[in-house]
Ligand binder design. Structure first.
Ligand code: IPM
Ligand code: MG
Length: 366
């Protein structure tokens, strides 16, 4: 398969972790005779430095012309003084909007070998496997009007949370379809006791659920869900929620896996998907070679699955598990053991891709 991947490393640890994801993709390409080409483009703070804009038109054009976007992270305190629309984060939001990426899938799995690395008790996290389905193009992230009026003591700020029926319907379908390939439970999360958008959310999701009689639907308030995610995470299968709640709950679900560095994600819905780790740019550890590249590598696996390379995606995911089971850990999940660097972890997973593919071979000698 020929695949043209637009790589947007972005800021902070973004370049380090995407380099390892590309290393793993190269191992996959070599093994299966695929040809992956990479068009590397700036986004976020890196793009502001180069062009003064967080999403330069040339980056957007390259993303639109690609088969998939592999993204690192955006953001740095260096740009905190800039007005909202000119900050690194607005580049990512604009890219999601331009690509029509309304569905953000964020799986959080408690790998057996990492249950001791979670800040939660092993018996609480063991067996957890949650998929957060986050609506990515609506809600308070994009609603208008927004702004700050007045100044000093009189300053007043406002944001608008807005959801259309159609935008709730399409993300609900994504969640129900995902649940069919899993344990068939959708937990729809809202704040329907307070917010109008949540009341519409609940009504529309309940209606969509009628198309999926084989999937169970429950509704939960976001505050209760936040509590249950850390006290009883195994009770969840698919969490379906709006943009801001999904942003918060997906970071929280990382506690199950041991570290935010473990989570990959797929932002899909349009012709071109964005595959991005859930973690941010982590400026305090950038450039030190200590970041966990597994979130980026897991995102690359989601990219492969999305373009139809199922076996290849499975191999990358198995390679991650196998390397963790051999005891390799970056600092964030080391829990007392000696950590390896970002690039050692990337190299090991790239090598393991060939090993797990070999195990799959029918003539594998046992
Ligand atoms: C995420 C991030 C982004 C978001 C930021 C960087 C705009 O936190 O992908 O979760 O809020 O969506
Ligand atoms: Mg976030």
């Amino acid at each position: 398969m020929l695949l043209n991947i637009c790589v947007c490393p972005g800021d902070g640890i973004g370049p380090e972790v995407t380099a390892e994801a590309v290393r793993v993709l190269d191992a996959v390409a070599q093994l299966h005779d695929h040809h992956f080409s990479y068009d590397v483009r700036p986004i976020g703070g890196a793009a502001i430095d180069e062009t003064t804009r967080p999403l330069p038109p040339s980056t957007l054009e390259a993303c639109l012309a690609s088969d998939a976007v592999l993204l690192g992270a955006v953001g740095s305190p260096r740009y905190d003084h800039l007005p909202a629309g000119q900050r690194p984060e607005s580049g990512l939001l604009a890219l999601r909007g331009a690509l029509g990426a309304f569905a953000n899938l964020r799986p959080a799995v408690a790998h057996r070998s990492l249950v001791g690395s979670s800040p939660l008790r092993p018996e609480v996290v063991a067996g957890s496997d949650v998929l957060v389905v986050r609506e990515l193009l609506g809600g308070i992230y994009f609603g208008e009007p927004r702004g700050i009026e007045g100044a000093g003591q009189n300053a007043e700020a406002f944001d608008t949370c807005r959801y259309s029926t159609a935008s709730i319907e399409r993300i609900a379908h994504v969640a129900f379809r995902a649940a069919r390939g899993r344990r068939r439970l959708v937990t729809s999360v809202d704040k329907a006791n307070v917010l109008a958008t949540s009341r519409l959310w609940r009504t529309v999701v309940s209606r969509v659920a009628l198309d999926y009689p084989d999937v169970e639907l429950e509704h939960q308030y976001v505050d209760a869900c936040a509590m249950l995610l850390v006290t009883d995470p195994t009770r969840f299968d698919v969490i379906l929620t709006e943009n801001l709640f999904g942003d918060i709950l997906s970071d929280q679900s990382a506690a199950i896996t041991g570290s935010l560095g473990m989570l990959g994600s797929a932002s899909i819905g349009g012709r071109v998907g964005i595959f991005e780790p859930v973690h941010g740019s982590a400026p305090s550890i950038a450039g030190q070679g200590v970041a966990n590249p597994i979130g980026a590598i897991a995102s690359a696996a989601m990219l492969l699955r999305h373009v139809g390379l199922e076996t290849e995606a499975d191999d990358v995911e198995s390679a991650i598990v196998s390397v963790l089971e051999t005891g390799y850990r970056t600092a964030d999940v080391a829990a007392g053991s000696l950590p390896v660097t970002t690039s050692t972890m990337g190299h090991r997973i790239a090598e393991a891709v060939a090993e797990v593919a070999d195990m799959r071979h029918p003539y594998h000698a046992v």
